[in-house]
Design a protein around this ligand. Sequence first.
Ligand code: OGA
Ligand code: MN
Length: 295
Amino acid sequence: MTVAFRKLHPFFAGEVAGIDLTQPLDDQMRDAIVAGLNEYAVLVFHGPCLTEDDQVAFAGRFGKLEPQNGVLTTGVKQRVSPKLVDISNLDENNGLLDRNDRRRMFSLGNRLWHTDSSFKKTPAKYSMLHAHTVVPEGGETQFVDTRAAWDALPQRMKQQVDALIVEHSIFTSRAKLGFTEFSEQERLATPPVLRRLVREHPGSGRKALYLASHASHIVDWPVPEGRMLLQDLMEHATQPQFIHTHRWQVGDLVIWDNRCTMHRACAYDADAYRRDMRRATIQDLDPAQQDLRVA
Ligand code: OGA
Ligand code: MN
């Protein structure tokens, strides 16, 4: 089989044909997908629903899976494999989460533009989200390519921001929605990290803005000025011409490169519909991308 890509947006995103995700992935196929990711940043595969084991096996061909020690200490059993992230509105018995449930409030943060795990010491390289149950209206996922956003910045702005360092924290993004009820233990378990605002994307050699809802402020700048700049850059990067919207079908697998994209979930009626997605996440072990904080 040969892998074929069809571009979905003027700047990025490709649809992939010619791969059976239930079959073991040989090196040649894996390399073709990585090359596709380097070019398109977001790849869409349509297929039958994968078992959790198939999804984990496929993901494992691209690197080390992120350990799943969630930010929330819920005390309840995970609904999905401990190797995957539960991206759903469901509880451990597959019932709809109540709107007051902390898990539902926490996952509302996915509606803000972000890149996965920018707040962790080791951030995420690839996210691989697989749709088990989709909603009939809303619930799309939107993406932007932050290399295209960088390319479109005025030269003066590029110079101004090139060397800046940003503090990221999960509690920053959650506080944006007024969700601040975290225990001391939860806060201490996920301390803030430092990241470069502009990074070279290793796979393409292109520069990318590294932004996210988790980005709090710019190191060594007055906090309000840093926040204002981050907000300006977020607005720039998420203009309509940069956005690709994915409408989910059951069986879709979408892979995105967190090093050069942002994404967000779109609204849907979480009291009426079940939405069941499961995410495998590959760590970015590149030494250059680890937390810059000196202990
Ligand atoms: C994620 C995420 C968005 C969505 O899986 O990391 O942000 O549409 N998902 O569910
Ligand atoms: Mn996400």
